[in-house]
Design a protein around this ligand. Structure first.
Ligand code: ADP
Ligand code: MG
Length: 720
């Protein structure tokens, strides 16, 4: 539903007429009775509500049963939300500066409750009338032992009865700004009520096939919209939510399944018909190790895809250290063997640089031209690269997202490889497609294992390969959780590892590169490490996001070459960096990291033949969730298990990178809670695509015209 975009025709605005046909949903919101230009502007700005349709899709976050009023005396420390009624007394402004607030007392026959407001005070003062009865709803907290509601929902209490029926009043998400203009959570419902009277069944025609409606016993679309806003009973509300959630999931799944199916059937791709000279020479002479079975299998899958004449769009998942880079390199050599250029994109400069160093050294005795393009590439170098891209002499381009900028043009790009995909979204992939007349093949590689349900939702338009086997000879990493008080012991352990010739990472949290506090913590941490490990016995590198690229590279380089013993860093090294001699990963304030990030960081060690360790350092007083995360990290090295746990604990909204994917911006659906419904939607979508890929049967016509209506002009829906 997030993809529902209705463009309204500007003539409506000029004429100021609301058309009485199905276009009513396209009407600008200011034309709704009770809105007008001023509040219209606010609704647009604050809630992105531009049209009737936007308001229709602004769902209440709860319903209040107005007949269910509690007594104030019933409030106890375990009370959460409550609705009470009483008279308003003692309104006054107290406190100074940030503590400045309006307080008032609500009194019913059983007791008193404190109400408080921190924002919009002058409006509240104007609107509320002391001495009057109010119906008050809100979340109770205890302040100095007394119950209190901050920013309660208030309305004058009238005893009018709604025909004795229970009456569920919708409460909508809103903002303080809107509240202060009389558009609070309740008032938005008044607008919705007015709008719903103007809308009829033909404005919201059914879009799901009857077969599905019957099998799943779903209410029709119009009814669902009416009931989600104004249900007569709670079961009615649940019924509406289930229908609309299913629709959201089903439409998303169907679009993906359709993209996949169309690509498989119609897409035109460049053909890598042979495995040639470059591949053979590299494979027999320069490959430094035997490929694992999984690597071989994946290369075969890619070979098969790229030889068919269809465009490949493949997601390659492999845990950290499973050897994805080699798969990328071999794929690029095959492209070059067939006369095509390729590019490899990494999410950071450090990583791009490392790939470049790695690949150029592997190919140093081979006739392959490799270039590096990042944000900090100088203009002259950039021009020279562009020239070689134009005449086709540059075969492999490695870089950051600089590579996909419009200005960069290829002579014949055959494949784009995206490493550590979670920093790239669908839109970026689409930009790659634009880089060649026939869209290049795309290989997306990720080490953040995505649970199956998420993968099928976020990347459902991609085919899927897994490297599920580690290179031989790796020892499992030992992970421990240590508290601040254990620090001296941890430092001693580090010293003993260094004395055995090993190197060490120490990672500090820097959630946002711009966060000043974190930055200061990092500097303090660095000083602290220096005190434990004084020069000239020990040498330390530091890398963080505020450094210039060459400074970063220089520090990184000193660590890679073994000139420094310790790398103090923020998460800029999180992905991809490969220093096989580093055997200890110390993560400071580990409680501040999410599970998949911890797993990524841990993956920086255990790459060589030595026994490796990951030490999670935290304060003694960490929360329940953090403790759980530490326990999971200590108990398993398996990225797929960790990804599942991560999803359970945090939900997909937080999973790194999935936010950008856009595809997960569901309105109602929660990928965690609605996993069963997702599976159902997926099954129905696939069945339909299989039986009727053109959606041309009578029962599927609705869904087809609905998909056409919402298609929009998004680049990534384009298949070439
Ligand atoms: P990731 O999948 O995390 O990107 P890399 O491609 O960086 O992993 O590989 C991790 C390390 O394993 C590198 O040092 C690489 O050279 C090495 N490696 C990759 N494949 C093999 C293999 N088949 N046998 C031995 N070592 C390998
Ligand atoms: Mg990698």
């Amino acid at each position: 539903m997030s993809t529902l975009v209705f463009k309204w025709n500007s003539t409506f605005v000029q004429n100021g007429i609301i058309p009485r046909n199905s276009d009513i949903l396209n009407s600008p919101i200011e034309y709704l009775k009770g809105v007008g230009p001023q509040r219209g502007e606010l609704l647009k700005k604050e809630l992105n509500i531009f049209t009737f349709n936007d308001l229709l899709n602004h769902f209440p976050h709860r319903h209040v049963d107005k007949t269910n009023v509690n007594l104030i005396s019933e409030i106890n420390p375990s009370t959460d939300y409550i609705q009470v009624a009483g008279t308003l007394h003692n309104m006054e402004i107290v406190g100074m500066k940030r503590g400045r607030r309006m307080v008032a007392t609500l009194r019913d026959k059983s007791g008193t409750l404190e109400l408080a407001w921190f924002q919009g005070l002058s409006w509240i003062q104007k609107i509320l009338q002391p001495g009057q009865p109010y119906l008050v709803f809100g979340k109770v907290n205890f302040f100095q032992g007394r119950p209190q509601i901050v920013h309660p929902e208030m309305e004058l209490f009238t005893t009018e009865k709604k025909d004795g029926k229970s009456f569920l009043e919708p409460i909508y998400p809103t903002t303080e700004k809107l509240r202060s203009k009389a558009l609070g959570g309740r008032q938005i419902g008044k607008l919705t009520e007015v709008m719903m009277k103007l809308i009829s069944e033909k404005d919201l025609p059914e879009n799901l096939p009857d077969d599905i409606l019957n099998k799943l016993k779903l209410v029709n679309r119009f009814k669902a919209y009416s009931q989600i806003h104004f249900p007569a009973t709670l079961p009615e509300y649940d019924e509406a939510v289930r229908r609309l959630k299913f629709e959201e999931l089903f439409i998303a799944q169907l679009r993906m399944a359709r993209l996949r199916s169309q690509r498989h059937r119609f897409s035109k791709g460049v053909v890598f018909e042979k495995v040639g000279e470059l591949f053979n020479t590299f494979y027999t002479k320069y490959l430094p190790f035997e490929l694992t079975g999984a690597q071989k299998r994946v290369i075969k899958e890619i070979r098969k895809d790229t030889a068919t004449g269809k465009q490949m769009n493949r997601l390659l998942q492999g845990d950290v250290g499973s050897g994805k880079t080699m798969v990328a390199l071999i794929t690029m050599l095959i492209a070059a063997d067939n006369g095509y250029q390729s590019c490899l994109m990494a999410p950071t400069e450090v990583l791009a640089q490392q790939h470049y160093n790695n690949i150029t050294s592997l190919l140093k005795d081979m006739p392959v031209e490799v270039g590096l393009l990042t944000g900090s590439t100088k203009a002259a170098e950039r021009r020279s690269i562009q020239k070689k891209l134009d005449d086709g002499s540059l075969q492999i381009l490695i870089g950051t997202h600089a590579v996909i900028e419009k200005a960069v043009q290829f002579k014949n790009l055959g494949i784009g490889i995206v490493d550590e995909q979670h920093k790239f979204g669908v839109a970026q992939r689409a930009m790659l497609w634009e880089k060649n007349e026939i869209a290049p093949h795309i290989l997306v590689m990720t080490a953040t294992p995505i649970p199956r349900t998420l993968a099928m939702t976020a990347y459902g338009d991609l085919d899927y390969s897994v490297i599920d086997e580690m290179p031989p000879g790796r020892l499992p990493i030992t992970t421990v959780h240590r508290y601040e008080k254990d620090r001296p012991k941890v430092m001693e352990f580090m010293k003993s590892e260094i004395s055995r010739g090993r190197q060490i990472y120490i990672i500090f949290p820097l959630i946002e590169e711009s966060d000043k506090m974190d930055y200061e913590n990092l500097m303090k941490g660095y000083e602290n490490v220096k005190a434990w490990f004084p020069e000239p016995k020990y040498w330390i590198s530091m890398v963080h996001g505020r450094q210039k690229a060459d400074q970063k590279n220089n520090n990184m380089h000193r660590f890679v070459t073994g000139d420094t013993h310790i790398m103090v860093s923020t998460t800029v090294i999180e992905v991809g960096v490969d220093v096989p001699n580093a055997s200890v990963m110390v993560i400071e304030s580990a409680e501040k990291f999410g599970l998949s990030q911890l797993h990524q960081l841990r993956g920086r060690v255990g790459r060589g033949a030595d026994k490796s360790y990951c030490i999670l350092l935290t304060g003694s007083d960490i929360g329940k969730d953090a403790r759980e995360r530490m326990k999971i990290m200590v108990s398993t090295n398996n990225g797929f298990i960790i990804a599942e746990k991560d999803l359970d604990m945090r939900g997909p909204g937080d999973l790194e990178g999935t936010r950008q994917s856009g595809v997960l911006n569901f309105k109602l659906v929660s990928i965690v809670q609605d996993r069963p419904l997702l599976e159902v939607a997926r099954r129905f979508a696939e069945d339909i695509m299989e039986a009727d890929p053109e959606l041309s049967s009578a029962d599927n016509l609705r869904i087809r015209s609905y998909l056409q209506a919402i298609q929009g002009k998004t680049a990534w829906s384009r298949i070439s």
